[in-house]
Write a protein that binds this ligand. Sequence first.
Ligand code: AHR
Length: 654
Amino acid sequence: MKMKLKRNLCLVALSVGLTSIVTQAQDPVYKLEVGVNKPGAPIQSTMYGIFFEDINFGADGGLYAELIKNRSFEFENPLGGWVPFGKVSIETKDPCFDKNPHYARLAYTKEITGTGLDNEGFKGIGVKAGEKYNFSLYGRTQEKYPVKVRINLVNPDNDVFETKEFEISGKDWKKVQVTLEPRVTVAKSRLRITMITPGVIDVEHVSLFPAKTFNNRPNGMREDLAQALKELKPGVFRFPGGCIVEGTTIATRYQWKNTVGPVENRPININRWNYTFPYKKFPDYYQSYGLGFFEYFQLSEDIGAEPLPVLNCGLSCQFENKGMDQHIPVNKLEPYVQDALDLVEFANGDPSTKWGKLRSDMGHPAPFNLKMIAIGNEQWGSLYPERLEVFVKALREKHPEIKIVGSSGPGSEGADFDYLWPEMKRLKVDLVDEHFYRSPEWFLSGAARYDSYDRNGPKVFAGEYACHTNNKENNFYSALCEAAFMTGFERNADVVHLCTYAPLFAHVDAWQWRPDLIWFDNLSCVRTPNYYVQQLYGQNAGTDVIPLTLEGKPLTGQHDLYATAAIDKRDHTLIIKIANTSITHRNVRLNLSGLTGKIYKGTVTSLHSPDLESKNTLENPNQIVPVTSPIEIQGSELGVSIRPLSFVVYRITL
Ligand code: AHR
């Protein structure tokens, strides 16, 4: 199909401009019946969501706003990310933070370059003119007098463009803070710490944070990236992954308890994407857990999404570990199950409980109102249900109010998938997580996937999906196929309750996996066409599905058209989504049964590109963006000519 489409690009470029309400007389008109007054299944408010994993430098160096890499000197090479000069050593005696015991000791020297440390940030440190940046470190000295220190921001030509000085005094660890106010914007600067008076100092947890974070949260998120999440209007927020949950080994699995409490004392973990792809190694990729479970719950609240944490089920990555030595025997799962129970307490428990108190001490006395939890990521075989069963039993007993999400494994079909679905039914989980990173052809034919699903079993959570074209880029072609495929989610809202595209973020200079929803560098981000598809669904979710048929059947690719319709009972709106994957326009007559003869007003929003390979880039971020125009209809019929290669959303106020 792709080749055929490419050959006809010129033809496409010549075709009709905007979607119009005038049909093209020479072509067939497809008559679609829309049962406006026949509301069917409710669409869950959680339906369209986001999936976050610390991959592609999505957390440290990405969403988490910290600008210093290896701020606690805890990488395997404690000076990773730092360039020391003069007399610098790494020590561990009498540390400031027991779980991050390494710190740097600096001794003054009269050498011309002096003694200090230079941090490279995450592929550089991005700072913007006129913005404020909070620098801090924990320091101490054995000297009886204060020792003076200078910090500089340095550009790639080694020119200093911002300077501040402060003192370190006393033999006990103390936090020192100063504010930097650069007058220039630099995408790849470095932070330099230099001793300027004699003495010996110890420094630990060196941090540089933009004063402005999303919603002004301390230890918060990068504003532009979090804002992009909010504008998706996500209903659910899955976190922290992905393979990260499993760990390459049990020791490196994600452990939520390591990610809460004072940020300075959260033990770091190697990121499994550090070494996963031998041809794309990132030895500087670790998880600081600065974006931990408190920050995650708070961000969920800030962007209006229901949190959906995923926890390890006692299995490390099965792909990496064929034998049992890296998995936990079923009779030794107790601490893992306890982690799940404690997480519910951390999220929802009264401040008088152990974990509820920690949440309250961290600044959120009110519960986070957690309603769902997923156990296990891409597991397979009997190892998984054997373990999941233990979790299900304990969670049902202690927290019957929490919905449980099980997994159907890494594949969207096949033997493992066929084995796990019945197992999930047997265990009576509430939802089953399905993953599909598949071709455009698969996505288009998958628009009908859920039409024949069992209506009485667990519901579906399409927890990771993305259309992978040959070059795996976030081009318009992949976005259009996702738009077409997602009509099947919505039409089957009685079965599909949640869906989250994956992965979410990628740093342009440090990615391991593509495609991804949002790309960024140190200063800005770009929303892909795939992002806009997600946004069009999220912002036009509706509350109830209504029937939309062509000759009595749902529109799942006939004449290259894919469609779904809903109403939003909250604001009395009719919402119709149609993807036209053809290279020619399609004339459609919508029979909106239930509408009267009056004039109805609304909008049509169109996402279109004549070039399937086209993309949004940091340099040209608005190549493919939704365009909205008003429409007006009289009576119960709407004739439209749908532009080739487009995804259109009609919103009509009833
Ligand atoms: O989204 C990237 C990876 O794809 C996830 O970590 C994993 O669950 C899947 O294989």
